[in-house]
Design a protein around this ligand. Structure first.
Ligand code: 4NP
Length: 159
């Protein structure tokens, strides 16, 4: 299973999702054959480390995302990944547009796919520490549910 998390800049939400999901997947015994990555629909931050506030919230919860580097999604990603999860509705809309007709992946909304709760992980970039904590909480809940779905531990259809 190859999973790609996508947000706008790939410096706040999707790096958190990548790091938290890695930890949850390991906990669920999913690591074998699992590939996890993240990307942004935009290229403004390509090559950069995650936002210091995202690194800090992850560290507060025992996860190190500091060595990740941002990249923009590419057409090849739609063949290289089975599941591409956008953090908000705009990400999903952009992904669908970029993929056009040349897509082999399942593109879906992260929280919707993981928990059935069709809502965004709000963009914390212009927010404060509380907004980063809120994003972390959403991502933790989604990552835990997604790991359970992929491990076949729930009856929910993995889509
Ligand atoms: P992200 O947050 O999509 O969660 O990485 C953002 C990062 C950068 C910008 C917007 C959102 N930006 O406008 O540069």
């Amino acid at each position: 299973m190859r999973v790609l998390f996508v947000c706008l800049g790939n410096i706040c939400r999707s790096p958190l999702a990548e790091g938290v999901f890695r930890a949850e997947a390991a906990r669920a015994g999913l690591s074998e054959g699992l590939r996890v990555d993240s990307a942004g629909t935009g290229n403004w931050h390509a090559g950069e480390a995650p936002d210091a506030r995202a690194v800090a919230v992850a560290a507060r919860h025992g996860i190190d995302i500091s060595s990740q580097r941002a990249r923009q999604i590419s057409r090849g990603d739609f063949h290289a990944f089975d599941l591409i999860l956008g953090m908000d509705h705009r990400n999903v809309q952009d992904l669908t547009r970029i993929a056009a007709f040349d897509n082999k992946a399942t593109i879906d909304l992260f929280l919707g796919h993981a928990t059935g709760e069709t809502r965004d992980v709000a963009d914390p970039y212009y927010g404060n520490e509380a907004d980063f904590e809120a994003a972390y909480r959403d991502i933790k809940a989604g990552a835990t549910a997604l790991a359970a779905v992929l491990a076949g531990k729930t009856s929910r259809d993995s889509g």
